[in-house]
Design a protein around this ligand. Structure first.
Ligand SMILES: Cc1cc2nc3c(=O)[nH]c(=O)nc-3n(C[C@H](O)[C@H](O)[C@H](O)COP(=O)(O)OP(=O)(O)OC[C@H]3O[C@@H](n4cnc5c(N)ncnc54)[C@H](O)[C@@H]3O)c2cc1C
Length: 380
């Protein structure tokens, strides 16, 4: 895509977010559901396949330029951001491990024909190598047992990218990834668990499997590579993407705060004339710019294969998420009591923002990643 086409696309996304995107946001909040038509609209516009390479059917937009687009989309409703972010990223986990048959499915995920849910978290384990869901090979199938929860798109998706472990294994060694079709397999129970605080309308599932036969050819990568599929090359760019999502949402919060401060008058003066409100707005501005600069630095490190790319990715997510918390809090405060009411957009922005602290690893985990890396350097 040449620069002129890219800028045209950026403008197109920006005006959609301000216009139709806001109407969708109101509808999602009112109905508590992301209708299929919205998914289809995003797919038809090609916004679910921005970042994937051309050979997979994507538009091949380089990562740091894609981030510019994600930043704009993230000013929109949390569920719209979620759809765009997940669909533009899941191929990174799938493609390196897919065989020829599975590559067709990856292309369907890229084009938006198939929705794939990332299925790792469990109620009785940490999100990683102590996972407990098991599989046992039985001829042409693996029998799957266990429970997953908090799975975004887990109800409506076409496939679960599900990580389990070989029965009797422990640690990362016996983990296995599968593209399990969400087609009513025997022993598979899907419980709708979508009543969340924010990112309303996106479905979430609890999944229970009892001796569910998963076709052996649904395995992605080798036995033992499950967590490499789930976390390997996927997590690093994904964390940077979530960080940029925080910037987009913070920009929206700041925009709403500025509008309100310029409009609302107390004791004969606009809020915007009060030094304390000006200080909040200035702090928000600086906070957003600082996070954005670090994220772009992390993105360049990833693109150039710099050795510190992983720790920069975690550091950028850590900083961006905290920034978003501060910015949305001050933006809501500037709205006064009005900000606490559903009818004002800042209330939704505030709720949507909180979800980002869990995505692609909590801040506690990002701090662990960064500390491990910098301590290893210091010890060397
Ligand atoms: C809106 C939303 C959507 C989600 N979508 C998905 C999805 O699509 N697929 C999926 O697989 N998961 C999904 N998750 C789950 C998410 O990945 C987890 O919530 C996250 O990894 C934290 O795991 P947990 O909830 O089990 O918290 P816990 O592991 O119970 O952690 C509780 C607290 O302790 C901290 N903690 C835990 N372990 C450690 C440790 N070793 N060291 C220091 N601190 C620690 C955590 O950071 C957290 O603050 C989603 C979550 C949310 C909120």
């Amino acid at each position: 895509m040449n620069e002129a086409d890219f800028l045209h696309l950026r403008d197109e996304i920006e005006s959609w977010v301000r216009g139709p995107g806001e109407i969708w946001a109101e509808r999602i909040e009112a109905e508590g559901d992301v209708p299929r038509e919205l998914y289809d609209e995003l797919r038809d516009k090609g916004w679910l396949s921005l970042a994937a390479p051309v050979e997979l059917g994507g538009r091949g937009i380089p990562f740091s330029r894609y981030l510019e687009l994600l930043e704009i989309v993230s000013r929109s409703h949390g569920s719209i951001r979620m759809l765009v972010h997940v669909n533009n990223g899941i191929w990174r986990a799938l493609a390196p491990f897919a065989d020829d048959h599975q590559l067709d499915l990856v292309k369907k995920a890229v084009s938006g024909e198939a929705l794939v849910a990332f299925t790792l978290t469990e109620a009785t384990a940490g999100t990683g190598n102590d996972l407990r869901s098991t599989v046992r090979r039985d001829g042409d199938v693996y029998l799957l047992n266990g429970e997953k929860h908090l799975i975004t798109f887990g109800v409506k998706c076409d496939y679960w990218l599900l990580i389990a472990r070989l029965e009797g294994s422990s640690g990362s060694d016996g983990t296995v990834a599968f593209l399990v079709p969400n087609t009513g397999l025997p022993g598979a129970e899907v419980i709708d668990d979508s009543d969340t605080m924010g990112v309303r309308g996106t479905d979430h599932a609890i999944l229970r499997f009892t001796d569910t036969p998963v076709p052996a050819d649904a395995r992605l990568g080798a036995e033992g590579e499950g967590l490499t599929v789930a976390l390997g090359g996927f997590l690093l760019p994904s964390r940077i993407s979530v960080a940029m999502s925080c910037v987009g949402l913070a920009e929206r919060a700041q925009e709403l705060a500025l509008e309100y401060a310029l409009k609302r008058e107390t004791f004969g003066k606009k809020l915007a004339e009060r030094p304390v409100i000006q200080a909040y707005l200035a702090e928000n501005y600086a906070d957003i710019q600082a996070a954005r600069a670090l994220i772009l630095h992390a993105a360049r490190a990833y693109e150039t294969g710099a050795p510190d790319a992983a720790q920069l990715s975690s550091a950028s997510k850590m900083i961006a998420v905290d920034m978003l918390g501060r910015v949305t809090d001050k933006a809501l405060q500037i709205h006064g009591g009005q900000g606490y009411w559903h009818r004002n957009a800042i209330e939704r922005v505030y709720r949507d923002a909180r979800a980002q602290r869990f995505e692609e690893g909590t801040n506690e985990i990002q701090k662990t990643v960064v500390a491990r890396a910098i301590l290893a350097e210091a010890r060397a």
